[in-house]
Ligand binder design. Structure first.
Ligand code: FAD
Length: 465
């Protein structure tokens, strides 16, 4: 009898799971394991929102595994130590796991390979997080793409992997589990945020509902934050409640019966999935982007340190309604609309002149979909320092952005109750100097045109132009 350990990481599902499925095909018994991270006092890169959702996902995964005849085996501590103990306890002859797109996970995989050879067992690593990973998408010269559009063309031409069967039956586990975690394990208190339903079934429902409705108008509505115009599956991809293969296949399957316009929308959606993989590739190829600007000339920019202004930004008290609405949506729900993410990120870097890394960290602490690669890509894009970055001189004006994307101020009013009674046109243009929009809502903390000029001057001076 052969026993394999399946180590769940960011693939918290039984449906279309590469490593788990392969483990069941090759072994007579599979032990499903999740190892809780060790860091219980270091919350620089995560926060209660994602950890709370993780607890719920693990509980749902355990429920699914029990329906399949097994249960989730929880361990805590250093992943390699725990896996070694499990191999010795159970006599497992192999470990299966899906590859992680982040440098930290990749580092662990290298150490795990050494451990496997020390223990004389086999390690099986699988592609699962992306349709195309690492160096699968290359230029004609065999190098990695630095720019999205040619990358997406090459990505689009590659054959896509097909979904795998769901694992429905497993043997009962031979070892005991620790209890499922609560937030207390990480010394965190609840964020109080309203979270989406966790688990693979609710995630599949979100995907189907989107593909049946909003996906058909995605190209027209995806930039309007007041609308339910996007899929809202980013946390499901982040935690692996959905398989990217299934998401892609289901989107493509809608195309033959769609009108030309609807097909364009579905294609735009697929293009966003490609952005996700582009940023995975950037992080894999140039992991230093986590510390430095992707674009070398921008390294060493004189960013401002201003804790007071940073606090006004994080708490949604800048007096710029679209910025404040976004920052409040983030803390109350763990989500922020993509268009608004760009606006608040440009505001932090180009109006407040604060280092993009501070914003990047805040987002990682508060986003439910916090994804190191996409978040870094989004921040560097907004700061003008990234791969496909908005050129440094293109500085979005928060007022004109509001006029274009939230003309009725419906999004703003949803998140800033203080201004609910203010006519929309007063929320889409700078207020008369000294006149508040509402008694308990702040005046703008800065003059956008002045800060825009200051930003341009700083970038030009740094670049020697
Ligand atoms: C400053 C900034 C930070 C960001 N941080 C993150 C992050 O931590 N995690 C994250 O998943 N996305 C991030 N994004 C990208 C994007 O905002 C979210 O993926 C999107 O808002 C999620 O909502 P949705 O699922 O409804 O997206 P949809 O519009 O329905 O898109 C479908 C999927 O495509 C992917 N996607 C869409 N847009 C992008 C993009 N620009 N870059 C990479 N992938 C994309 C996501 O997986 C998303 O779920 C960031 C963008 C910016 C500008």
């Amino acid at each position: 009898m052969s026993l394999a350990i399946h180590w769940f990481r960011r693939d918290l599902r039984l449906t279309d799971n590469s490593a788990l499925y392969a483990a069941t095909q090759a072994s007579s018994q599979v032990l499903p394991v999740y190892i809780l991270s060790q860091w219980t006092n270091d919350h620089r890169w995560t926060g209660p929102i994602r950890q709370e959702f993780l607890c719920k996902c693990l509980a749902e995964l355990d429920r699914s595994l029990r329906s399949a005849g097994s249960q989730l085996i929880i361990r805590k501590g250093n992943a390699l130590d725990e896996l070694e103990k499990l191999v010795r306890e159970t006599g497992a002859s192999s470990i299966y796991t899906n590859r992680d797109p982040d440098p930290f996970g990749q580092h662990t995989e290298k150490d795990l390979a050494s451990l496997a050879s020390k223990l004389g067992i086999t390690l099986h690593l699988f592609k699962d997080t992306a349709l195309h990973e690492r160096d699968e998408v290359l230029t004609g010269a065999g190098t990695s793409f630095r720019i999205f559009t040619p990358y997406s063309r090459a990505w689009g031409k590659l054959p896509k992997p097909t979904p795998l069967p769901t694992v429905t039956r497993l043997q009962p586990p031979s070892v005991a589990s620790l209890p499922l975690p609560t937030l207390a394990y990480w010394n965190l208190a609840s964020s109080g945020a309203t979270l989406p339903e966790a688990g693979e079934k609710p995630a599949q429902k979100r995907l189907s509902q989107f593909l049946d409705r909003s996906a058909l108008y995605y190209a027209q509505r995806r930039d309007l934050p007041a609308e339910e115009g996007t899929s809202r599956i980013s946390q499901d991809l982040r935690f692996g409640l959905l398989s990217i293969r299934s998401v892609y296949r289901e989107a493509i399957a809608r195309m033959p019966s769609a009108t030309l316009e609807q097909r364009r929308s579905l294609q735009t959606f697929v293009n966003e999935l490609c952005w996700r993989e582009f940023y995975f590739q950037v992080l894999w190829r140039w992991p230093h982007v986590l510390e430095h600007e992707f674009s070398e000339p921008f390294r060493g920019m004189p960013w401002v340190s201003d804790p007071h202004a940073f606090k006004q930004w994080t708490s949604g008290q800048t007096g710029f309604p679209i910025v404040d609405a976004g920052m409040r949506q983030l803390t109350q729900t763990g989500f922020m609309h993509n268009r608004v993410r760009m606006i608040v990120a440009m505001f932090l870097t180009k109006d407040l002149h604060i280092d993009w890394r501070e914003g990047e960290r805040w987002f990682m602490q508060h986003l439910l979909d916090g994804e190191i690669a996409s978040n870094n890509g989004g921040w560097q894009w907004s700061a003008g320092t990234g791969t496909d970055a908005a050129p440094y001189f293109r500085i979005q004006n928060p007022w004109t952005q509001t006029e274009r994307y939230d003309p009725e101020a419906a999004y703003i009013k949803r998140w800033i109750p203080e201004v609910a009674a203010v006519p929309a046109k007063r929320l889409t243009a700078p207020p008369t100097p000294g006149i508040r929009l509402a008694p308990n809502y702040p005046l703008p903390i800065l003059d956008h045109s002045r800060e825009r000029d200051a930003s341009l001057a700083a970038y030009k001076q740094h670049l020697g132009r």
